[in-house]
Design a protein around this ligand. Structure first.
Ligand SMILES: *Cc1c(COP(=O)(O)O)cnc(C)c1O
Length: 361
């Protein structure tokens, strides 16, 4: 099998094999241009078709209507932590944040640097971020409410989105965008670094509702204003062409080979249930997220000792199963099973987990 392993990396993460093969096949001569996609002008018809098609795919897959703009930016999800409050939190107003783990904590820290009213309305820090808070009292007059839909490091995920009334929701969806269907209408802005579920690193997908653009202050640096990228269709400066091209191919694969987000969600639910069953039935592994908050994308678990965890990660790799070490900040193990990690990979991991537990339990 061409030496490739089953890849459970948290990000950058696995890409669909057919996408990698397509990139390889057209890498030297992109669509008869005589050049690689990495060599053509971003103003050429070749790249123009790529970015327009990627945008159209996002619209179709998430059923976005005209009031939403689709943008491709740089700077990762991390740049959005400051761009969101800079652009969308007017002076004198405040914004609600829910702290559900490492990335949410960083979003809050960056928002506070802007020196505006940031209210942490709920947090799961009391239990090491092992759950998603419920019954949150959101402020009816907040400029927006910010959540992190999937907590990549802690392995928790919002099972449904909170009702914030007329207050627009903003979500970091870096690690679960396109993994399940949801109603976009309550969202003022969604952002997602591509390297988990959409493509390679280097590009961030932004979905922004038109009315949010009215808040963007005139005096922000040009490169930090959403309106700049709306006005120039993500081409104010040279965009990350290769990353956008790969995202286009991943979205086409999701649409044509998988059959869309609903189909993908079904597969993702099946994948996750395999692994959670392997954990729950083992008497050996312990899931670190509370059951009702478990992520479909990042399955986090502990073994009886750190020594066994080391052996597990090592032996898994010898079996062609890579990327299972937990984040350095939390330890343990983590299997990231984004869209591109297929059921075969998950079954192979579940089998390995069962065998390892039998030998070491
Ligand atoms: C990976 C990740 C980030 C950080 O993304 P960068 O593109 O590296 O800035 C932010 N939020 C979430 C939820 C993530 O999973």
């Amino acid at each position: 099998m061409n030496g490739r392993i089953y890849n459970f990396n948290p990000g950058p993460a696995a890409l669909p094999l057919p996408v990698l093969e397509e990139i390889q096949a057209e890498f030297l001569n992109f669509k008869g241009s005589g050049m690689s996609i990495t060599e053509v002008s971003h103003r050429s018809k070749w790249f123009d078709e790529v970015i327009q098609d990627a945008t159209a795919c996002v619209r179709r897959l998430l059923k976005l209507d005209e009031i939403f703009n689709v943008l491709f930016l740089q700077g990762g999800a991390s740049l959005q932590f400051c761009m969101v409050p800079m652009n969308l939190l007017p002076e004198g107003q405040s914004a609600d944040y829910v702290n559900t783990g490492t990335w949410a904590t960083k979003a809050i820290k960056e928002a506070k640097i802007q020196g505006r009213g940031i209210k942490v309305v709920a947090s799961s820090e009391d239990k090491n971020f092992s759950y998603i808070p419920t019954d949150i009292a959101f402020s009816p007059d907040a400029a927006y409410a910010h959540i992190t839909s999937n907590n990549t490091i802690k392995g928790t995920q919002w099972q449904s989105f909170p009702d914030t009334g007329a207050v627009p929701l903003i979500s970091d969806m870096s690690s679960d965008i396109m993994s399940r269907s949801f109603d976009v209408s309550p969202f003022g802005l969604i952002y997602a670094g591509a390297q988990k579920n959409l493509g390679p690193t280097g590009v961030t997908l932004i979905i922004i509702r038109r009315d949010m653009l009215e808040r963007v202050p005139q005096d922000l640096p040009t490169m930090l204003k959403y309106t700049t990228f709306v006005d120039h269709k993500s081409m104010f400066n040279t965009p990350p062409c290769f990353a956008v091209y790969t995202v286009q191919l991943v979205l086409r694969w999701l649409e044509e080979t998988i059959g869309g987000v609903e189909k993908m969600e079904k597969i993702n639910r099946e994948k996750a249930s395999f692994l959670y069953r392997a954990i729950d039935e083992s008497g050996f592994y312990t899931g670190t997220a509370e059951k009702e908050s478990r992520s479909l994308m990042n399955v986090t678990f502990l073994l009886p000792s750190e020594d066994l965890e080391k052996q597990f990660v090592q032996q898994a790799l010898e079996h062609g199963l890579g990327g299972l070490k937990g984040h350095r900040s939390v330890g343990g193990c983590r299997a990231s099973i984004y869209n591109a990690t297929n059921l075969d990979a998950v079954k192979a991991l579940a089998d390995f987990m069962e065998e390892f537990a039998r030998k070491n339990g």
